[in-house]
Write a protein that binds this ligand. Sequence first.
Ligand code: SF4
Length: 384
Amino acid sequence: MTGCRSDSFLAGARVLSGSGKVSSRLGVVPMSNSPLSFSKIEQWGWCPRMWYFRYVQRLPEMPSPAAERGKRWHEAVAETVQAMVQGEPAQDVMRRHVALAPDPEEGEEMERALAAFASRWRPSPSSTLFVEEPLELALGGGESLRMRLDLAEVQEEDGLTSVAVTDFKTNWGRFEAAGNRQLLLYSAGARQRWAAGSVEARLWFLRYSRSPCSSFHSSLDLEAEALDWARRQVEEIRGAMDLPEEVGFPATPSNRCDWCSYPVECLALQDEPPELVLLRLEQATERLRTALKARVREEGPIEAAGVVWNFWTYDRWAVKDAGGLEQTLRALDEDPGEYFSVVNKKIRQLTARVPGLGDRLRADGIADKRQEEYFGHRRAEDGV
Ligand code: SF4
C-alpha cells in the first residue's frame, strides 16, 4: 500500500462507514470541555474574535457556496468509494450525485472528477476501508481532538498494521501533502486508533485528473510536532473561556476579514444597539474618507487592495437655454420634468423672497413637489 495508486483489485476489500451514513463534516461543539475539532483549533489561529462569534455565540454564517460544494462532493466521492468496494455500479451513484448538482457546470465538473477518481483509485484487496470515519485523538491531560477521516485503508500483514489516510480536496487549491498539519494529526489519530506501525497520508485533489494525489509517509517525530501545536491551541482556547470576551477573544484583523461573516459584530461593543454601531461606522467612514481625499489630493492616486482611489471626472451638461431644451425634449416626446429638478431648499429660498411662490408654481402647473424616500438618520431635534 504505497503512493497514490494501488494496482491490486477490489476483491476482498471491505468498507465500513463510521457513522453508518455519509454526513456533514462540520458540526458545532457546545462550549463545554467536549473535544474540539481540527477546524476549530485551526480557525482559532485565524481570529479568536471570529471564533467567538461562530462557536461561542453561534451567530449564523454567511452562506458559503464553496463549503456547500465541498459537502456535496465529499458525499459523492464517499458513496462512490462505497459502491466500488461493494462491487455495485459506481456509475449509478455518480449519475445520482451529478443530477443533484445545483447547475449543469458543476454537474459536468463533478462527473469528470468522479470518473477520473474511479479510474485511478483502487483499494488493496486485503484492506479494510473506513469512509467518513470519526476518530478522537487523545492529546493528554484529558483533552482530545475530534476528527473525521474521509477515507482510511487499514491493512494487516505479518502482524503489522499499516494505514493509508486520504483527505479529499474539492477546490482548485493545490499543495504538497508532506508536512501538512491536518494530515499529520489525522495520521496520529489513525496510528492511535489502529495501533498502526506505518501511516501513509494522502491529499487527493478531485478537480485534477492528472497527478491528483500528493502523499508522504508520516513519522512519529512529525506527528509529535503537530500534536504539540494542537495541545497549545486547545490550551489557549480553554484559557480564553475563563476570561472576559474582549480579553480572551481579541479581534485579529487580517486578509481573512474579507470573508468574515461578522464584520459588524466585530466593530460593535457589547450591548450596543445596531443603530449606534451604524452611526459610529458612518462617522468613522466619513472621517476616513475626508483623510483619504486630502491625501489623494496631496500625493495623487493611491492603489490599495486592487482598487485605485483618485478624483475621477464625469461629464455634466450645464443648461444655457432651458426653454430651448424643453422644446427639444417635447419634440422628442420626452417629459421635460424627467430632466429638470430643483431641490426643495432652492424653492424655499425663493419663497422667502416671494411669499407664496411655491404654491403658485404648483397651482400653475409649473412645478410639483414630490416626496422621495431615503434611508438615513437626522438629528433628533430636526424631527422624525
Ligand atoms: S472582521 Fe476580521 S478581526 Fe473582526 S472578527 Fe472577522 S476576522 Fe476577526
